[in-house]
Ligand binder design. Structure first.
Ligand code: UTP
Length: 297
């Protein structure tokens, strides 16, 4: 029987330079969409997919992230006293079970592959998920849950995949497709950030993965690849070279690149409009803004 995926790695040790100066003191993952930090969206998605152990790969300056997961008894007591039951529930929903979270430090930002490798001892000999919290995905069924269900059928390694315009492919890891089965493709190659004219397809990898422990062995051996960093893509591509299966999963949902300013703003608008209590006021404001812009042009 295939092992269930119950562990997830959250690599959050990046420098977040695109959000300087904010990220000088605020970890990127604590930045909020409406009223929830990015990391909360990632945790909720992992929980929905059946993840029980949450492994954070952190770095210097990420203390606020660790504090975020502490219980807040004083705050809870205050809300209880004031009868603010709904807020109390909101707060309780963020609580994590004791021992469910582990933190491991990446001492130097040597790339995503290196960050994942730092968690090797905590993962052990089991398949595991990797979630990049700055990729936020709005979906009826959470993306990782879709993938876990598909993975129960396929095994092997699986990456979340999304069609992008051809001229944008060079910003992503790109899949070389062996067979297209609709919502899933089998993969015969993977390249990280290929030059625009050399992308093997326009199917790009985004920040959700289900990986076998073999990936950790591959990472052990990998030297710095593209961009001088240890690339996770290279470790997955090695699986294909060893004739083990790698799948791309076309998830259903909308992905926002919250690691970029434009993506973050788009997500803010989208998640704001999705909130019932904000929809009317915020929607009206946006309509006014659009009309004003049109008038100026
Ligand atoms: P990014 O490529 O977005 O890099 O990393 P970054 O440092 O977070 O942000 P910029 O580009 O400087 O603005 C993608 C994911 O990989 C993690 C990041 O925390 C993010 O979740 N990462 C990246 C690490 O954990 N360690 C690394 O060495 C690099």
């Amino acid at each position: 029987m295939k092992k269930r995926v119950t562990k997830a790695i959250f690599p959050v040790a990046g420098l977040g330079t695109r959000f300087l100066p904010a990220t000088k003191s605020v970890p990127k993952e604590i930045m909020t969409l409406v009223d929830r930090p990015l990391i909360q969206y990632a945790i909720d998605e992992a929980r929905a997919a059946g993840i029980k152990e949450f492994i954070f790969v952190t770095s210097r300056g990420k203390g606020a992230l660790e504090d975020y997961f502490d219980h807040a008894p004083q705050l809870e007591q205050e809300l209880r006293k004031k009868g603010k039951d709904q807020l109390l529930q909101t707060l309780k929903d963020t609580n994590m079970d004791s021992g469910a979270i582990a933190y491991i430090r990446q001492h130097k930002a040597m790339g995503l592959g290196h960050a994942v490798w730092c968690a090797r001892r905590l993962v052990g000999n089991e398949p595991f998920a990797v979630i990049l919290p700055d990729d936020v995905i709005a979906a009826e069924k959470p993306c990782l849950q879709q993938m876990v269900e598909a993975h129960e059928e396929t095994g092997g390694c699986m990456v979340a995949a999304m069609e992008v315009p051809h001229d944008k492919a060079s910003a992503y890891g790109v899949l070389d497709i062996k067979e297209d089965m609709g919502n899933m493709v089998s993969v015969k190659g993977m390249v990280e950030k290929p030059p625009a004219d050399q992308a093997p397809s326009n199917l790009a990898v985004i920040g959700r993965y289900i990986l076998t422990p073999k990936i950790m062995q591959n990472l052990n051996q990998i030297k710095a690849g593209s961009g001088g960093e240890v690339q996770l893509t290279d470790a997955i591509a090695q699986e294909i070279e060893h004739e083990r299966e790698v799948f791309g999963y076309r998830f259903r949902g909308q992905r926002f690149d919250c690691g970029s300013k434009a993506g973050f703003l788009q997500a803010t608008v989208s998640f704001g409009l999705a909130r019932e209590e904000l929809r009317d006021e915020f929607g009206q404001y946006l309509d006014e803004m659009v009309s004003m812009r049109a008038a100026v042009e």
